[in-house]
Design a protein around this ligand. Structure first.
Ligand code: ADP
Length: 246
């Protein structure tokens, strides 16, 4: 199977401290993957490397069918290549409606010149309807985003990222602060999204990871400690030691 993203032998040091240590990771075209690991394991730094925010000291990061290197590309260029990132805190335009937020996200796909003279077309509105349905906000299109619940804001931001048609979506602790019902819907949204693109979920909540029902990568001290099904990795004695802090 050809991989969408391949990270191999990547290392990063901060002031002599190896935050990422010879890390290798690969994900396929329409794959869901959970990344877990204790605080300081390197999860955030890993996402920073993939999105181009942090440049590794060594190693390779290759992308797509042509295996082009993401190293040396700007963050903006990597985003245009199709890497989308959802940070933990939702960042939506609170004064704008759900519809306006989604339209704005669609617009950002266009050239600056096109955006200046932009009028929403029937096709755009149809796409917004589709996105709203995917994120469970069809009935909230006319509502100001600032009035949405925390969970709804998170879904809206996922919808705004999906509007940009990423091939890989990186999501940081999507279920944090959510009610059980919201967690369930978040699972459904991510599982649906991963049918047509790669989705990497960084998560602490094991119950949430279990629901994602996907391959799990355990990071520890900047490297992969274990990989496989959740049952497989949680039966690994090294993983148990790391989680119990032994
Ligand atoms: P995680 O997201 O798994 O909690 P991080 O990627 O945030 O882990 O951090 C990995 C390690 O690298 C930690 O020990 C952290 O303190 C260190 N680190 C991360 N970013 C920096 C930085 N900019 N400068 C110095 N140390 C950093």
């Amino acid at each position: 199977m050809s991989m969408l993203l391949e990270v191999s032998g990547v290392s990063v040091s901060f002031d002599g401290f190896k935050a990422i240590n010879n890390l290798s990771f690969a994900i396929g075209q329409a794959e869901m993957r959970a990344i877990i690991g204790p605080n300081g394991a390197g999860k955030t730094t890993f996402m920073d490397i993939v999105t181009g925010k942090t440049k590794p000291d060594e190693g390779r990061v290759t992308w797509g069918e042509r295996n082009i290197s993401l190293l040396g590309m700007s963050e903006a260029r990597i985003a245009r290549e199709g890497v989308g990132r959802k940070f933990q805190k939702p960042t939506v335009f609170e004064d704008q409606t759900v519809l306006e937020n989604l339209l704005m996200a669609l617009r950002s796909n266009r050239s600056p010149f096109a955006v200046m003279f932009y009028r929403a077309t029937a096709a755009d509105l149809a796409r917004v309807d589709e996105l709203a349905s995917e994120i469970g906000l069809s009935d909230a299109l006319g509502r100001k985003s600032g009035e949405l619940s925390h969970g709804q804001k998170q879904w809206l931001e996922i919808g705004m990222l999906l509007a940009q048609e990423p091939r890989l979506l990186l999501v940081d602790e999507p279920a944090a602060g959510m009610t059980p019902a919201e967690r369930e819907q978040t699972t459904a949204i991510l599982v649906e999204a991963a049918k047509t693109r790669a989705v990497v979920v960084v998560e602490h909540d094991m119950e949430f990871v279990r629901r994602l029902d996907c391959r799990v990568t355990v990071l520890h001290e900047g490297a992969v400690l274990a990989e496989g099904s959740l049952d497989h990795v949680t039966a690994n004695s090294q993983v148990i030691d790391v989680y119990l802090g032994r």
